[in-house]
Design a protein around this ligand. Structure first.
Ligand SMILES: [Zn+2]
Length: 250
C-alpha cells in the first residue's frame, strides 16, 4: 500500500458502521474518489467538520487497487465549511453545488479545470450575497468544462452573432435570432445578456445590479433542467435552494 497526498473538497458524507465516515471528495490529483475516515465520528481529538461537505482538506491516504475506498491516515483543514454557515441561502447554495458535482462527475477522472472551478467557486460563494447570479454563473462554467454547453454567442440556426435580440430555448439551450425563432418556449432580454457575460467575464466583473433576480431566475431553472435531463439524474438539493431563491424575487 502506497501512501499518497492530495488536496480535496468534500462533496458528500455517509456514516459507515459505528464510528467511520465515508466521504466523496473531489481531489486535485485524481478527480472524485471515496475516502474513509476511520473512527472520526467518535474521535475527541480530530475535528468532525473535516468530513462535512464544502470543507477543503490536505489529505494523506492509502489506496489499494483492489478497493474502491481510500483510507485517510492524516488530514488538515485549510478552508472550513463554517464559512458557508453565515446564512441559509449560502449553505443551501453550497449543498446544491456539491450535489451537482457529486451526481454528475465520473469517479477517478482527474480534471484540473474542474477542481479549480469548484475551489474558486466555493471561495466566491462564501463571500457573495448574490446567490442566484453566482449559481447561474457556476452552472454555465461547469457545462463549459464538461463540453456540453451549446453555442451561446450566435444563432444556432443561421450563425448570426449580431442582432437586436436573441432567444434561448428553455429545453435545449439553443440560441435563436429574431428571424429564426420558431417556438414560444424561450427566454429573452436581460437573461440572455447575463448568460453571455457569464461565458466571457469573471464573476466579479459582471455588473450584478443590471440583472434583477426576477429577470434571470428562468435561466437557473432552464440550466438545472438541462443538467438533470442530460445526466439522467435528480438533484435532491434543488427544492430547498429554489425556495430560498424564490423569496428574493418579489
Ligand atoms: Zn438566426
Amino acid at each position: 500500500m502506497a501512501q499518497k497526498k492530495t488536496k480535496g473538497i468534500v462533496l458528500s458524507r455517509n456514516i459507515s458502521g459505528e464510528a467511520d465516515y465515508v466521504c466523496s471528495i473531489l481531489t486535485e490529483d485524481c478527480g472524485k474518489e471515496k475516502f474513509i475516515f476511520k473512527g472520526l465520528k467518535k474521535s475527541l481529538k480530530r475535528p468532525k467538520s473535516a468530513s462535512e461537505p464544502g470543507t477543503f482538506l490536505d489529505l494523506v491516504y492509502y489506496s489499494r487497487d483492489s478497493l474502491s475506498i481510500n483510507t485517510v491516515s492524516e488530514f488538515s483543514i485549510f478552508f472550513d465549511n463554517s464559512q458557508f454557515r453565515k446564512n441559509e441561502k449560502t449553505i443551501s447554495s453550497l449543498y446544491y453545488i456539491v450535489d451537482l458535482i457529486d451526481s454528475t462527475t465520473a469517479t477517478s477522472d482527474a480534471n484540473t479545470s474542474l477542481y479549480n472551478l469548484v475551489a474558486y467557486g466555493l471561495y466566491t460563494l462564501s463571500k457573495t450575497e448574490n446567490h442566484l447570479h453566482f449559481l447561474i454563473f457556476f452552472m454555465v462554467r461547469y457545462l463549459m468544462i464538461q463540453g456540453i454547453l451549446p453555442e451561446l454567442r450566435a444563432c444556432s440556426w443561421c450563425g448570426a452573432s449580431t442582432g437586436e435580440e436573441f432567444f434561448l430555448n428553455r429545453a435545449n439551450l439553443k440560441l435563436s435570432c429574431t428571424k429564426c425563432l420558431c417556438d414560444d418556449n424561450s427566454i429573452s432580454g436581460k437573461a440572455v445578456i447575463f448568460l453571455q457575460q457569464a461565458l466571457d467575464k469573471k464573476f466579479v466583473n459582471i455588473k450584478i445590479s443590471q440583472f434583477q433576480n426576477g429577470e434571470i431566475i428562468p435561466l437557473f431553472d432552464s440550466l438545472h433542467n438541462y443538467i438533470e435531463s442530460y445526466f439522467g439524474t435528480k438533484l435532491k438539493s434543488y427544492k430547498i435552494i429554489r425556495q430560498y431563491l424564490a423569496t428574493d424575487i418579489y
